[in-house]
Write a protein that binds this ligand. Structure first.
Ligand code: ZN
Length: 202
């Protein structure tokens, strides 16, 4: 039911391209739009946050997307400090979302629903997407595996906000995490274990 799509590295030695984000197709939805990812069908793309490696694929297809209000402002206004496009050597998308998403909103699909959770910290306006029926979390760059924290030194990052986001997420029953980079992993109790690590950075 969940298919994984990775941005295509143009040159395997190109470290930047190798870090391009992972996209996921979930029924009639997809999560993020990394460069080089073409989703089959006509999914509505749910954007986790404004960083260019997650959104610049919007340049190359006509699929509709939905994102947070801040992310929409960053994309529509091409706010470099929020998009990091020049930093990543990519081009910003230049069209508005079909829908602006906010905390608690539920997107219905066949057999499951996707809940929107606001999780600022790595980036302002960041969202995670939770499927209660599968205890699955699509975490963007908010949660990575193996105890790694996301970058918190970027222009719209906030360490305090990340800690609050982890505290919020640890109230959800999450068995599997689909991160914005890398492979999905089993994650029961995992986010709670990140809280002391995040606290050390504050
Ligand atoms: Zn990011």
């Amino acid at each position: 039911m969940i298919e994984v799509f990775r941005g295509k590295a143009k040159d395997p030695k190109d470290a930047l391209r190798a870090t391009l984000a992972t996209g996921y197709l979930i029924g009639k939805f997809a999560v993020d739009s990394p460069e080089g990812v073409a989703y089959p069908g006509n999914p509505l793309i749910l954007i986790t946050h404004a960083h260019c490696d997650h959104v610049c694929g919007l340049n190359t297809h006509n699929l509709d997307y939905a994102c947070s209000g801040f992310c929409a402002k960053a994309i529509e206004g091409s706010i470099e400090s929020a998009l990091l496009c020049s930093h990543l050597g990519l081009s910003p998308p230049r069209r508005p979302p079909r829908e602006v998403l906010s905390e608690g909103q539920v997107l219905e699909s066949e057999g499951f629903s996707i809940e929107v959770i606001e999780t600022p910290g790595h980036a302002e306006g960041a969202l995670c997407f939770y499927i209660r029926e599968h205890k699955a979390l699509f975490s963007g760059d908010t949660v990575f595996g193996e105890g790694f924290l996301p970058s918190l030194s970027l222009p719209t990052s906030s360490k305090e906000a990340l800690l609050e986001s982890y505290e919020k997420l640890s109230n959800y029953e999450i068995r599997k995490i689909y991160p914005g980079h890398g492979s999905p992993f089993e994650a029961e109790g995992y986010i709670r274990s990140l809280i002391p690590i995040a606290k050390e950075f504050i």
